[in-house]
Structures are given as structure tokens and as C-alpha cells.
Design a protein around this ligand. Structure first.
Ligand SMILES: [Zn+2]
Length: 476
């Protein structure tokens, strides 16, 4: 019996505000425990929440970027549950009236549309620390710095059918949220978290009567692995005639499996009710439109435009558009050099390699797009060869000088004079009698080797095409 996975995702992203959602404590990561707390985020009696308008703005921005309808009026609600790192005993979230609803994202190749049920605002809980103390075996410690930090929760419809699609969707969502600059989306620091709901059904049949939630997924790769494991586990139970209960399971990345954590709560277990300390949240049409006007061209449009306008393969265009910083770099270089294809090649090979080796991001890359563009123009106008350009590139990477200065200083001007190349050709033929003989006997593939030797003899400054022509002439 072939079964079809039904997968939905819930993603929490920390919004990039300076302060928390309902108080003026800093929303900073990595500071000493309990240094950013106050009566509001500690849940002391009588302390009243005040809504952070920047968080609302970022929430609206995120919602528009994922094609949601922003609701003019929404409502905060108390979600009641006890947790040691939730001192109030409830979390302020949104329930039946979320900030935004009915969005979608098209991700993957071929693109799959994943509908998004909603995006709502809520506050984060603190953190329990179970390790690293002398008495960790008998005691847990609490850090409440994260208490009250603003989150946007994005919930998808169960439109995903494979673990690979889940991975594609998450990658696309992250890129989109980074493009609009609402979150760092850093999974290691917890500013992007994902839970997955998965169940199995007969292909095309009704939605299954159960769902299993998988938590503790700390990378997109692990989301994919956990789903693969869970699909296999559930498939085996169902094929053996068993039943699956509604539950929450934890993924163990080291062992590559999920294990039961608790039976899953239903919404009514939380006793939601409207938050009495906050007015309903109203967003005007003017506010929504002024935020919409600042949404930049997003990944999907940009990669399509790069492919069309600059005649690049879809794969290259998608990589260049994968972050806004890289896309801006490419476009400036392409326009200034007048050679988009060469710009793409230099960025995708030489520059990407340097970024990786130095573990830096685009803004820290030592060569400006204008310098790289000039280097490309110097190849195109015959001033230097491609080989010499790599030498200039390496020097620029070390932060040394400007393109024309380096060409002059290092004597990298391309040799224009035929007689100088002819001399090198004669020398190479003499030094390599065997390949020369082979070429004369019809093994034309040795020409490449001989051209390489001429390049070497001229310090990479001979025009390779001319070297090839002169070699052919000398050998005929
Ligand atoms: Zn506070």
C-alpha cells in the first residue's frame, strides 16, 4: 500500500527589533543571563504590557513579503500553560484574529505552491539551562533574557508532500524574510525555529485523522531527515494495521530518530481568551500601503529577471539572487563592466571561493564591485589576459592597491608584439620536441599543452589565441 505524506510547517522567526514586544528591555542575544528583564517581562503582578510598534511594522512587512492579507484589526490573546521559563503562566499570542492570513510561497523546481494559513505576533519564552553548573544533576537554571522577545509565527497549510519540498520551502522562506530584513533567521542563535506536522494518507484521499508534531529541528537538513524518518516509522505502523496517536515527538539528530515527548495539546487545552491588558491591534490601510511601498524586488522575481535580462542560466541566476547583498554586488558589477556573463563567472567561482575560504559574507569582501568590473573591462579591452587577471584578483583580495596600478607595477600588460610571442613559440618548440612532433603527425590535441607552455614562458602575458595561431604556423 503506497501512502502519501501530508506535511505542514510552523515557523517562528525573531523579529529584528531593538527592544522586546511589550517592554523596553533589550532583545539582545548572548548577554549574561537575566540582565535584560523588568517587571513586565518577569510577569510581576500589576505590570502592564505596552506594544512595540516596530515589531508590528516588521510583522506587517514579513506578512506582505509572503503574500498574506494583513488584517486591519487583530487581537492579542492569552495562551495559558505552565512552563518554568514562562513566569507569567501564560504567553501573549494571537489566536482567532491573527495579524495576517491567506498567504503563499512558490518554492522549488518545479515550483510547488505552499499556502500559508496565517502570520501572527507573539512573545518568546525564556530559556531553561540544564547543563554547565556544578549541581546540574539536581537543579535547572533559568535565563529570562529571551522572555518577551518578539516573534512572528508563520503556519503553513498541509500542502507539502515530500521532505525535499519542506527543505526547498524553508530555504525560500528564509531568503524572503532576509530580503525584507525582518529577521536574521539564524537557526544557531534560535532566531528561526521550525516544527513540522506530518501524517500519511492514501494518495489524494482526505486529510488523515491524526497528526504528529516533530520538534527540536535545528537545521533545514534536520527537518528533512526527521521527516524522512517519521514517514518511514508511520508507514510501517500503518501497513502493519496499527494506529498512530496524535502526539509531539522530539528529533534526536545524533541518533537520527524521533521519540515521543507528550500527547499533543489541542487548542482548547490552552484556554485562550482575549488579552485584557491590550487594545485590539489596528493597522490602517495607509500604514499597510506605506510598508508595501518599501518591499524590494524579492528572490523569485529577481532571479527570473537576472536570467532574462543578463542571459544567464537559471541555476546561476538563482545563486546570484540567493541573498540581496550578493544580488546587488552582481548587478553593479554587471552594469559597470558591461559584461554580465563574465561578472557572473568571476563571482560564482573566484569570489565565492574567497568568501568560503575566509568565512566572510559579501559586505566584508575586500574587492568592490567597481574594482571587479574594471578588472573584467581590462580583460575585454585586451590590456591583460585572463590568467594575469587572476593574479590581479589575488592581490586585490589581500587588500593591495587598484587594478591599473597593480597591472603596471607587476608588469602584467598583455604582450601585443607578435615577435615577442614568436620568440617564445620557437623556444617552446625547441624545448618540447616530442609534443611538437606529435602535433605535426596529426595529434592536434597537444596544441593546448604547447599554448600552456608559451603562456608560462611569457608569465601569462601572451594572448592565448595569438599564441595558438603562431604555434600552428610554426609547426606547419
Ligand atoms: Zn522587560
Amino acid at each position: 500500500m503506497e501512502l502519501e505524506p501530508v506535511i505542514g510547517l510552523e515557523i517562528h522567526v525573531q523579529l529584528k527589533t531593538r527592544t522586546k514586544l511589550f517592554c523596553r528591555c533589550e532583545a539582545a542575544f548572548g548577554d549574561p543571563p537575566n540582565t535584560h528583564t523588568c517587571p513586565v517581562c518577569l510577569g510581576l503582578p500589576g505590570a502592564l504590557p505596552v506594544l512595540n510598534t516596530k515589531a508590528v511594522e516588521l510583522g506587517v512587512r514579513a506578512a506582505l513579503a509572503i503574500n498574506c492579507t494583513v488584517n486591519r484589526a487583530s487581537q492579542f490573546a492569552r495562551k495559558n500553560y505552565f512552563y518554568p521559563d514562562l513566569p507569567k503562566g501564560y504567553q501573549i499570542s494571537q489566536y482567532d484574529r491573527p495579524l495576517a492570513s491567506n498567504g503563499h510561497l512558490d518554492a522549488g523546481e518545479p515550483a510547488v505552491r505552499v499556502r500559508l494559513t496565517r502570520l501572527h505576533l507573539e512573545e518568546d519564552a525564556g530559556k531553561s539551562m540544564h547543563e554547565g553548573f556544578p549541581d546540574s544533576d539536581v537543579r535547572s537554571y533559568l535565563d529570562l533574557n529571551r522572555c518577551g522577545v518578539p516573534l512572528a509565527e508563520i503556519v503553513s497549510e498541509p500542502d507539502i508532500r515530500t521532505p525535499g519540498q519542506a527543505h526547498d520551502f524553508l530555504t525560500h522562506l528564509k531568503t524572503t524574510l532576509q530580503y525584507v530584513d525582518v529577521s536574521d533567521c539564524n537557526m544557531e542563535e534560535g532566531s528561526l525555529r521550525c516544527d513540522a506536522n506530518v501524517s500519511l494518507r492514501l494518495p489524494g484521499g482526505p486529510l488523515p485523522g491524526y497528526k504528529v508534531e516533530v520538534k527540536n529541528l535545528n537545521s533545514f537538513r534536520n527537518v528533512q531527515r526527521a521527516l524522512e524518518y517519521e514517514i518511514e516509522r508511520q508507514g510501517k505502523i500503518l501497513r502493519d494495521g496499527g494506529e498512530i496517536t496524535r502526539e509531539t515527538r522530539l528529533y534526536d539528530a545524533d541518533r537520527g530518530l524521533t521519540s515521543s515527548m507528550r500527547s499533543k495539546e489541542e487548542a482548547h487545552d490552552y484556554r485562550y481568551f482575549p488579552e485584557p491588558d491590550l487594545l485590539p491591534l489596528e493597522v490602517t490601510e495607509e500604514q499597510i500601503e506605506s510598508i508595501r511601498a518599501t518591499i524590494p524586488e524579492l528572490f523569485a522575481e529577481k532571479s527570473k529577471r537576472f536570467a532574462d535580462r543578463y542571459q544567464l542560466p537559471g541555476y546561476d541566476a538563482a545563486i546570484l539572487a540567493s541573498s540581496k547583498a550578493l544580488a546587488d554586488y552582481f548587478e553593479e558589477c554587471a552594469v559597470q563592466s558591461g559584461n554580465p556573463k563574465a561578472s557572473s563567472n568571476w563571482i560564482m567561482t573566484e569570489m565565492m571561493r574567497e568568501l568560503k575560504n575566509r568565512t566572510i559574507d559579501v559586505p566584508a569582501f575586500p574587492i568592490s564591485p567597481a574594482s571587479l568590473a574594471l578588472l573584467i573591462r581590462r580583460i575585454d579591452d585586451g590590456t591583460i589576459t585572463g590568467k594575469a587577471a587572476k593574479e590581479v584578483f589575488a592581490i586585490l583580495c589581500e587588500g593591495g592597491g587598484d587594478v591599473d596600478g597593480i597591472i603596471k607595477e607587476k608588469g602584467l600588460l598583455q604582450i601585443q608584439d607578435d615577435s615577442a610571442i614568436e620568440a617564445a613559440v620557437a623556444q617552446v618548440i625547441q624545448a618540447n620536441p616530442k609534443p611538437a612532433e606529435q602535433y605535426r603527425n596529426g595529434k592536434t590535441a597537444t596544441l593546448g599543452f604547447l599554448v600552456g607552455q608559451v603562456m608560462k614562458a611569457t608569465g601569462g602575458r601572451a594572448n592565448p589565441q595569438k599564441a595558438g595561431e603562431l604555434l600552428k604556423r610554426a609547426l606547419s
